[in-house]
Design a protein around this ligand. Structure first.
Ligand code: AKG
Ligand code: FE2
Length: 316
């Protein structure tokens, strides 16, 4: 049996209050214990997933000088391409063995946020790339909205507590390519141990081995999803908000055994961020005598800025 529990979003969106309750209990327990859950019943169709993989493989197969055109200076890698080895986990020097692309928010009816976020970058060589990315972004954002509604209820908040903070939020869809390993990587790994910055992460591509999660005993356990499941985890922002009631679990992507060095890994996390003005101050109902307040008050925007410096993506 997998160490990561499974849930089905169709329970939460059903008309049955028992099924809804069951989903809230299951996901709440998973996020309080291991901080990860495998979720089926999301809003991505098989066709969309296949089209996205086709497009991102085509992109990463482009000549390096073409990809380099899409690495934009001055925006901390928040849109477009980030080249191999550039990002490192907090507290590490070695860059991760990956290159990636960022799709960001498609702001609707909010000129202030439109001005705040960098523009999405269009890939001229691939006519369907941006359209497929946008469609996936929207479907994952919708999935995440329902997951956050369930978590709000689990936390004793109004069901729609997160809605105003995630509308036009600063979320990022990140297709990642971990290329074949061609020489002994020494200390570098595909993705060194880290916690995610954001509220929750929805990960496509956890079907093969590679992703590992640190359980509360400090052991690394494999996190492998079924083909119809997304892997979902708690990020540091949600941990802060809930005073660590919901756990941002440390995870990593290990290098494959030598006989599999020749193959690439593709994964596609969606990092669900709120708007920058959301306060991440610990919720009153998550603080009591046995759970004293563990984090300073901070907004989502300030916290993100701090973390992008620590990851080597922007200069302090
Ligand atoms: O590639 C993966 O499976 C996970 C990637 C990840 O944890 C991240 O980019 O934050
Ligand atoms: Fe991660």
């Amino acid at each position: 049996m997998s160490a990561i529990p499974s849930v089905d979003l169709r329970d939460f969106v059903s008309d049955s209050s028992e099924r809804k309750e069951k989903f809230i209990k299951e996901i709440g327990a998973a996020f309080e214990n291991i901080g990860f859950v495998a979720l089926s019943g999301h809003f991505l169709s098989e066709d969309l997933v296949k089209n996205l993989y086709d497009e991102i493989k085509k992109f990463f197969d482009l000549p390096q000088e073409v990809k380099d055109k899409y690495e934009i200076e001055g925006i901390g890698g928040q849109r477009g391409y980030t080249s191999f080895g550039k990002e490192h986990a907090k507290g590490r020097k070695e860059g991760d063995l990956k290159e990636f692309w960022h799709f960001g928010q498609y702001v609707e009816n909010d000129p202030k946020l439109e001005a705040e976020y960098p523009d999405n970058v269009e890939v001229a060589e691939l006519p369907k790339f941006n359209e497929v990315g946008k469609e996936t972004y929207k479907m994952l954002e919708k999935t995440a909205k329902y997951v956050l509604r369930a978590l709000a209820l689990h936390l004793g908040l109004e069901e729609n507590y997160f809605d105003e903070f995630i509308k036009n939020g600063n979320s990022i869809l990140r297709p990642i390519h971990y290329p074949p390993i061609t020489s002994e990587p020494k200390n570098a790994v595909r993705a060194a141990a880290h916690g995610d910055i954001n509220l929750i992460t929805l990960l496509m591509g956890a079907q093969g081995r590679g992703l590992q999660v640190k359980n509360h005993k400090g052991e690394w356990v494999d996190a492998i999803a079924r083909p119809d499941q997304l892997m979902i985890n708690v990020g540091d922002m949600l941990s802060r908000l809930t005073n660590n009631k919901l756990k941002s679990t440390i995870h990593q992507v290990i290098n494959p055994p030598k006989e599999l060095w020749g193959s690439s890994r593709y994964s596609i996390p969606f990092f669900m961020h709120p708007i920058s003005g959301m306060p991440l101050n610990c919720l009153e109902n998550c603080i009591d005598e046995s759970h004293p307040k563990q984090f300073e008050d901070i907004t989502a925007g300030e916290f993100l800025h701090e973390r992008l410096i620590e990851l080597g993506l922007i200069k302090g």
